[in-house]
Design a binder for this molecule. Structure first.
Ligand SMILES: C[S@@+](CC[C@H](N)C(=O)[O-])C[C@H]1O[C@@H](n2cnc3c(N)ncnc32)[C@H](O)[C@@H]1O
Length: 183
């Protein structure tokens, strides 16, 4: 992991700890998010969708979708359908505004909830920008629910012992790519 990623993990973990300063939104999340909101830069979003070869037959799930930029871009530029899941009502509000602003409401659905409790079985592509520990915790769920051949792309963080098939450097950021193996 690069120095930049280590610094980013430290910031994201510390900010997620109990007692850390959090925005006092009127609509508080049902539970504290596992990681704070940090948006993926647009150039990295593009690289993530391109490495997964996203097209009009895909359903792209972004787990922890923030302002929804990944599913919105997947729909608007690549013709895919998208599902964005986030636990924070403020992010859900921003994501729904983003969907409306970009006129992709017919193809993108934003869901408020815990990513660990959602049914992911319809996804053909899953995108992540979480934390190394969350990726590892998520791996059994991905292996169980996703169809063989489903593509997984993670910004910044790998998946422990599961070696990526592709690894990109995009403007100093890492992007990792895997496919769900045959059972
Ligand atoms: C680092 S941001 C990534 C945002 C977006 N995917 C992107 O790449 O721009 C992580 C997001 O995950 C959300 N999150 C954290 N824990 C979550 C959980 N258990 N379920 C759903 N969303 C969660 C946060 O609210 C935050 O918006």
């Amino acid at each position: 992991m690069s120095i930049r990623s280590i610094a980013l993990v430290a910031t994201m973990v510390v900010a997620s700890l109990p007692g850390a300063a959090v925005a006092l939104a009127q609509d508080a999340p049902t539970r504290r998010p596992d990681v704070i909101y940090v948006p993926t830069p647009e150039a990295v979003v593009e690289a993530m969708l391109q490495v997964a070869n996203v097209g009009k037959n895909d359903i792209v799930y972004d787990l922890g979708c923030g302002d929804g930029r990944i599913p919105v871009t997947a729909a608007k530029k690549y013709g895919a359908r998208g599902v964005g899941i986030d636990i924070d009502p403020q992010r859900i509000k921003e994501a729904n505004e983003n969907v409306a602003k970009n006129n992709v409401g017919d193809r993108v659905r934003i869901v408020q909830g815990d990513l660990f409790e959602q049914d992911l079985s319809q996804a053909t592509v899953v995108t992540l920008y979480l934390l190394p520990s969350l990726n590892v915790k998520l791996m059994p769920k991905l292996m169980k629910e996703l169809k063989p051949g489903t593509r997984i792309v993670s910004h910044a963080f790998d998946m422990g012992d599961w070696k990526p098939e592709k690894e990109l450097d995009v403007e100093g950021r890492k992007v990792y790519y895997w496919t769900i193996p045959k059972r």
